[in-house]
Design a binder for this molecule. Sequence first.
Ligand code: ADP
Ligand code: MG
Length: 717
Amino acid sequence: MPFFFCNFAKSIFMLMATDHTFLSTPIEYLRTVGPARATLLQRELEIFTFGDLLEYYPFRYMDRTHFITISQITETNNYIVTKGVITDLHTVGEGRKMRLTAFLRDSTGTIELVWFQGIKWVKETIKPNVEYLVLGRPTMFNGTYNIAHPDLEPVKPEGDTVAQSFIPIYSSTEKLKARGLSTKGISKMMAVLLGEARGNIPETLPQYILDRFGLMTREQAMFNIHFPKNSQLNEQALRRLKFEEVFLMQLEYLYAKTERQQKSKGFIFSHIGTFFNTFYHNNLPFELTGAQKRVVREIYTDMRTGKQMNRLLQGDVGSGKTLVALLCMLIACDNGYQACLMAPTEILATQHFTNISKFLAGTGVTAELLTGSTKPSQKKKIKERLQNGEINILIGTHALIEKDVAFSNLGLVVIDEQHRFGVEQRAKMWAKNTTPPHVLVMTATPIPRTLAMTVYGDLDCSVIDELPPGRKPIQTTHQYDSDRLKVFGFMRRQISAGHQIYVVYPLINESEKMDLKDLMDGYESISRAFPQPQYQISIVHGQMKADAKDYEMERFKKGETQIMVSTTVIEVGVDVPNASVMVIENAERFGLSQLHQLRGRVGRGAEQSYCILMTSNKLTSDGRARIKTMVETTDGFKIAEADLKLRGPGDLQGLQQSGVIDLKLADVVQDENMIRVARDTVNKILAADPQLLADANNCLKRHITKKNSKINWGRIS
Ligand code: ADP
Ligand code: MG
């Protein structure tokens, strides 16, 4: 599009959009961008507006003033900058194996540079015999160093508008590069944007916050994150923007919570009645732990306020969360409401149903099970009875949130083992009634406090910090595959003492067939070591039909089989108190929370239980650290902290897929303290000014209004 037309369109746009701001201007109106590149930026990087581009931060910087000679290059995990002349640029190999190589030479030596992708583009842009600054990570290959996919920058840039020592490096994609938007192109675009931005980047944090924490303004920060003058300014910019990120996130959570508590109506569960009391006095087979009692009280208090409850129930594996859920559901029923319990797998839903039905015998409460494999005729009946209120408690998998499942008056939703459910599914559940039901989310394993704050920041939290009495801590050992005979011997002794054993294989997802083969091989060798008829073995894996799985689970539960060989389908929640040994094969391949969850399958009875972590002799340092953590502690809260430190939040199961952690700059582990400080500060602000009406909080109010209005001009155009 010709330049003048761009500007014309931009002014039209500004006239039309009344609440238009500089930052909400569609990206295509930025000089040098235009519609074609705009489409590409939207598609590849989700950059729709000037503001989006501004928040597309460099992931690294090249410091022009700090470089080493080629002879000084050593083995390092870090990025280095070096300088030299490119020679001998040529491709090697053909088709998909083609790569591009070049040599970089200075007076002290040469190093090879390699590209496997974007070859065409690199070939066109790199000029031989010109001096370049090169940023990259050297690796040793065949006895010499090379750098794969380095970033290059001419030493003497011609007509560079932002001649400075720090060069931002932006990540880009093949398609963007083909259109001239490599890191360099993006940086030029950013320079254009910043050139127009002065005076147009409004402050998002109150002045008193900037003062108290010594933060630079947003505008200063934007200049210094993209084109920092020096590293101090860059660090200050980063600190300011990170703080803004975690602060505004906490503000959104806590404001929503405050608002919900003030405005939104919830069902009032005013009393405890016959259902609860009959169960509590006649059917409850044991005394509740102090923590269980406290948590039930917390939840009940919440549900009788007239405000909708949104609560997270945390508790270690085996702490008795299911029972807490049941008691709360009974309170719902006592007040004339229905309740439902959603579990992540069919096995688990079925097990909940079986246990709860047993618990409820003689109480007059009707519970039903609805899963993906419920027969259509049966399903139809359940739906009818649900609608006319005959069913009090519905238990199931996500089949419960299908559109056609309608309750007559759903008052409480319990979501078990939340990390398998996405946030969207939670939202769907809420949309089922005009008045939203109370929601209780139970985690499978504890999650660290900061993570809870960033992921479930809008929920209240109850913690069961006590295990039922009489549990002996599980003894955990680490054994190498070469010690298998010893392990088999131990298993035999446990079986002859009347106990049962799980043997679990990892699901690696790479190829289900191969996973299944591992499992079947293991099953065969166990079958040889534990021959029939003396020993009976069950096997359960993901490829089996639901009724076949149930049949095998049932045999194991009844004690007809002594060994259960399975993939991680049993990972979550399965409860067989007589099982006292958990053998985890290829334990190095499991994450910590998964190992902890698996280990929690044993130690449910009064007997001493054992967990044996089998690994190969070769272990990565991370793998070794995980195994060590498991051997050293059985405290789920400690394990969760270790897990977060070892793997980072991105890997935590389910959290990434559901896109719950939406942080660009801050890091849940490294910036833990900042997150706490931000949350405390927001709490204080909202306590004093819940509606954000004070002048000083104007910008915060604006932020919330913007978030809630959902109108985003850039995206609409
Ligand atoms: P989780 O918190 O991991 O979901 P469960 O709810 O499955 O744990 O409970 C684990 C086991 O402990 C179950 O067999 C349950 O019946 C039992 N249990 C729960 N509460 C108590 C208690 N207060 N005293 C004794 N056993 C209990
Ligand atoms: Mg459970």
